[in-house]
Design a protein. Sequence first.
Length: 490
Amino acid sequence: MLAHLPILQVVVPLLAAPTCLIFERSRAAWLLACLASFVSLAISIALLQQVADGSVISYALGGWEAPWGIEYRIDALSAYVLLVISAIGALVIVGSRPSLEAELVPGRQTPFVVLMLLCMSGLLGIVATGDIFNVFVFLEISSLATYSMVSLGKSRGALLASYRYLIIGTVGATFFLFGVGILYALTGTLNMQDLANRLPALESSATAFTAFAFLMVGVCLKLALFPLHLWLPNAYAYAPSIVTAFLAATATKVAVYLLIRFHFSVFGVGFAASVLPLHSIFLVLGLVGVFVASLVAIQQPNVKRLFAYSSVAQIGYMIIGIGVGTVTGLQATLLHLFNHALMKGALFLALAAVVFRFGSADIRHFAGLGQRMPWTMAIIVIGGLSLIGVPGTVGFISKWYLVLAAFERDWWPLIIAVLLGSLLAVIYIWRLIEVAYFREGEGEVCGEAPLSLLIPTAILALANIYFGIDTRLPIYLSDSAAQMLFGGGL
């Protein structure tokens, strides 16, 4: 059984999804989804333990050895991201039931659970597979499920947001598929390891650079890199809160994973250096994204939209780490990938609790929330402090390593820019704290959200503090992955 863990990582939620349709009661479907998500989490932990020493797991589907057959390949980087997806997915699904009952039309809970499992399976497949066309297939599975989940929001804005997301996502997928097709025509292979072996001999080929450009644009559309982020704010704001929590903590992280995998492993870090200053482009787009998105977030009256723009800014920090072009810079990106999943998972689940009580996440509902929903507001404060980068939270660790990377290059303007970006985060987080603790709420005093929603949210909030103090696990895993990638590993 242990030998089949790479494929079981994907198959368990994939098979559980249609099985949920057998049950007439939504509670039974939800219980099966919880079971499947925790089995998936257990598998990801087992895979991580197997590759923690730097080894690589290669699994040939159907007994067809790579590059002739489809290969699932698990290394330090993929195991690290699989852990993030499965852990967040399990906690979100466990806490989803009360929020779904409040935000979805009756009868849609079971289809939603099916879509959530399909999306989770697609994201896990993207990370586990070692075949570039398989990446496209799983990308489409997760994307189609995501478009449908976003459209399930009660407001008409959800349909429009889903449609826009569909259009932009399809454009991104088309760019990606063109890149895959060009690479296959050029090299005759779709296996990532085989591509990594063949591409160095073609690094002066204009066709290879074209394929690289198509893949990079497609992936950057999926990860919402500024200025290709326009689909994200509306999708996060109008989707059911549980959808937003899951997507914010996983989907963009998988896209960052793809960017890192193609840039460092498949093509090689120096592939495009002779043609264009890719790292400088990443630095500029990352910095502009941090400042523009943070300034827009400050002005948002809807808190879900506020944190959506905050996500664009935080993606900017990850891209800056790649743009620094050092092991420490890449480690900062990988740390922030892990840490931002904890931050946004906690924040958006807390917003799901607010929506459960008030029906929306408008900032006016936050008046007096510190007294009305003290535990929920405390979680939002913890997540907000982590976004800012206050010591003792995971956000500080990410930004500390980013500052270290800039210091190694003697880039003092970049250090100042990172600090200024954190100050902008202080402004929009303080808006929430001021309204929640220093303004009187109107209407009757309400209670907290149900424990089934509050407990998973609290676990993620506590993880923001725990991994901000005991940093051994994320630092070890991110350092191992960064060292492997700069060593040319796949």
